[in-house]
Design a protein around this ligand. Structure first.
Ligand code: URP
Ligand code: ZN
Ligand code: ZN
Ligand code: ZN
Length: 486
C-alpha cells in the first residue's frame, strides 16, 4: 500500500502507551504504525511528541449569551485559535433560547459552523425551553442527527430549568443514551448575595467572586447528582471550581453514580487576586463559577492528579474588553452587568503540558487522556477521534516538549483583545497540527481553508462497564409492582 503521508521519527503517546513509531496516513486516516515507513510526503517528528489532536469539549463560539451579547469568536476565528492550540476538533454549544425550537437552533448553528470552521466540530445542545414537543420529538431528532449531549443550566434566570424539567431531560437523555451536562450553581444564593453586595455599594469586579459562593456550587452539584441518580442517567458536571464540589463527584462515582467532572485552566492558574486588579481590569477575569483562591488552586491540582476530573476544557467564552463585550453596559458597569467568561481555547493544552507534564504533576498519558481521549469516549467520538490507532482519523498534534514561549494576546489567533494568561512562560507547544491528514497549522502558519472542518456525527458515550445506581423507588419490586418511566 502506498501511503499519502508519514510522520517520521517521533515519540507517539496515547492515553495508555508511549512508544517510538512512524505513523502512516492514507485518505485521511491512520493506516500504519511501524519502523521505516515511507511516503511521498514526510513530516519530520524527530525529537517531538506525536499526540492525538486535542478535542476541546467546552467552548462558546458564535453564541449569544442569555443577555444577547455575541461572543467575539465565530467559527472561523474560534477554530483557528483552537488549531494553533493543538486541537483538531471541538464541540461548542448550540444554545436554545426560550421560544426557539431545537431543530431551529441546530440549523442556525450549522449555518454558523459549516462555512467557517477549520477543524471538525459537533455541538452540545443547550436546552433552555423543554416544552412537550422538545422532549417528545425534538431531542430525539437532535440525537438522530448526531448531537448526543445536552447541557442545562440550573442558574441564570433566562436559562435555568426547574428540577422537574431537569428530570424530564435526564429521562429522555437516558432513553436515547445521550449524556447530560450541567452548569451547577444555586440560583437563589447567587441572586441573594449579589443583591446584598450591590445594596452595600460593592459593585467592582472583585465582588463577582463572593457573589458566587462555593456553597452555591456544592449545593447544586449535590442536587444535580441526586436528580441524575433518581433516573440513573449519565451526567457531566462542567467547570467544577471547588474542592468541595470535586469531593462530591468523587464520592458519587465511588458509589456507582454515572457522573463525571470537568475543570478548566482558570481554576488552577488564576484566583481572586486577579479580579482585584486596578480599575475595571478585573472584569477580564470574570467567569462563572468564579476563580477562587490559592488553597482552591492547589486542591484542584490534587484532584486532577488523582483522577477526579475526566475532562479538562477551556470554557472559552470570549468577550472583548471593550464596548462590544465586557464593557457593553458602560466603562464602569457594576459586576452584575458584565458578561461572564474568558478566552483560553489556544492555551488549554500548553498550560496543562507545561505545568502538568513538564512540572511532573501528571504523566504524558494523563495529558493525552485529558486533552482528547476522555472527551472522545464520553461524547461518543472514540476511537475515530481522540486516539492514535489504526483506522482512526489522522487528527494529530506534533508537540515540541522543550520549546519555551511567553504567552501574548497576539499569539492567540482569536478575535480577542486580551488573554488572562498574558506573560506566563510555558514550555511545550504544538508545532504542527493535522486534521484528517491535512496540515492545518505548520511552522507557525495556518494552512487550512475556511470551512474545511466537517461536522462530527457523534454516537453513544462509552460508559459501559461502569456500575449503575437505581433509586429503590424506581424498582418495581419496591414500588408496589408498578413500572415507572424511564
Ligand atoms: O462564565 C462563563 N463560564 N460563561 C460561559 C457560560 C457558561 O456558564 O459556561
Ligand atoms: Zn456554564
Ligand atoms: Zn461554558
Ligand atoms: Zn473506544
Amino acid at each position: 500500500m502506498t501511503l499519502d503521508l508519514v510522520i517520521k521519527g517521533g515519540t507517539v503517546a496515547t492515553a495508555s502507551d508511549v512508544f517510538a513509531a512512524d505513523v502512516g496516513v492514507k485518505d485521511g486516516r491512520i493506516v500504519a504504525m511501524g519502523e521505516s515507513l515511507e511516503a511521498p510526503d514526510v513530516v519530520d517528528a524527530s525529537g517531538k511528541l506525536v499526540l492525538p489532536g486535542g478535542i476541546e469539549a467546552h467552548c462558546h463560539i458564535a453564541q449569544e449569551s442569555a443577555a444577547g451579547i455575541m461572543t467575539a469568536d465565530d467559527y472561523y476565528t474560534g477554530s483557528v485559535s483552537a488549531a494553533f492550540g493543538g486541537n483538531s476538533s471541538f464541540v461548542p454549544f448550540a444554545a436554545q433560547h426560550r421560544g426557539m425550537g431545537v431543530t431551529q437552533t441546530l440549523d442556525l448553528y450549522d449555518g454558523r459552523a459549516a462555512p467557517n470552521s477549520v477543524i471538525d466540530y459537533g455541538y452540545h445542545l443547550i436546552v433552555a425551553d423543554p416544552t412537550e414537543t422538545v422532549l417528545k420529538d425534538e431531542l430525539p431528532a437532535a440525537f438522530a442527527r448526531g448531537v448526543t449531549s445536552f447541557k442545562v443550566f440550573i442558574t441564570y434566570p433566562l436559562m435555568k430549568i426547574e428540577d422537574r424539567q431537569f428530570l424530564d431531560i435526564l429521562a429522555v437523555a437516558k432513553a436515547h443514551g445521550a449524556v447530560t451536562m450541567v452548569h451547577a450553581e444555586n440560583n437563589g444564593m447567587i441572586e441573594w448575595m449579589g443583591e446584598q453586595l450591590m445594596n452595600a455599594g460593592h459593585t467592582a469586579p472583585r465582588y463577582h467572586a463572593p457573589s458566587h459562593p462555593a456553597l452555591a456550587e456544592e449545593e447544586a452539584i449535590h442536587r444535580a447528582i441526586c436528580l441524575a441518580k433518581l433516573v440513573d442517567a449519565p451526567l457531566v458536571i462542567v467547570h467544577v471550581s471547588t474542592p468541595e464540589g470535586a469531593e462530591i463527584v468523587r464520592r458519587a462515582r465511588a458509589d456507582g453514580a454515572k457522573v463525571w467532572a470537568e475543570t478548566c485552566p482558570q481554576y488552577l492558574f488564576l484566583d481572586k487576586s486577579d479580579l482585584d486588579r486596578p480599575g475595571m481590569e478585573g472584569a477580564k477575569f470574570m467567569c462563572s463559577p468564579p476563580v477562587r483562591d490559592a488553597r482552591t488552586r492547589e486542591a484542584l491540582w490534587k484532584h486532577l492528579q488523582t483522577g477526579t476530573f475526566t475532562l479538562w476544557s477551556s470554557d472559552h467564552a470570549p468577550y472583548r474588553f471593550d464596548e462590544t463585550g465586557k464593557l457593553s453596559n458602560g466603562p464602569d458597569a457594576p459586576f452584575k452587568k458584565i458578561a461572564n467568561g474568558m478566552p483560553g481555547i489556544a492555551l488549554r493544552l500548553p498550560l496543562l503540558f507545561s505545568e502538568g507534564v513538564n512540572a511532573g504533576r501528571i504523566t504524558l498519558q494523563d495529558f493525552v487522556a485529558l486533552s482528547a481521549t476522555n472527551a472522545a469516549r464520553l461524547y461518543g467520538m472514540h476511537p475515530k477521534k481522540g486516539t492514535i490507532c489504526i483506522g482512526a482519523d489522522a487528527d494529530i498534534a506534533i508537540w515540541d516538549p522543550k520549546l519555551t514561549r511567553t504567552v501574548t494576546a497576539a499569539d492567540q489567533h482569536d478575535a480577542m483583545d486580551y488573554t488572562p494568561f498574558e506573560g506566563m512562560s510555558l514550555t511545550g507547544w504544538p508545532v504542527t497540527v493535522l486534521s484528517r491528514g491535512r496540515r492545518i497549522v505548520d511552522g507557525g502558519e495556518l494552512k487550512a481553508e475556511r470551512g474545511s472542518g466537517a461536522f462530527i456525527s457523534r454516537g453513544l458515550p462509552e460508559i459501559a462497564g461502569r456500575p449503575g445506581y437505581k433509586a429503590p423507588e424506581l424498582d418495581p419490586a419496591h414500588n408496589f409492582g408498578a413500572e415507572i418511566a424511564p
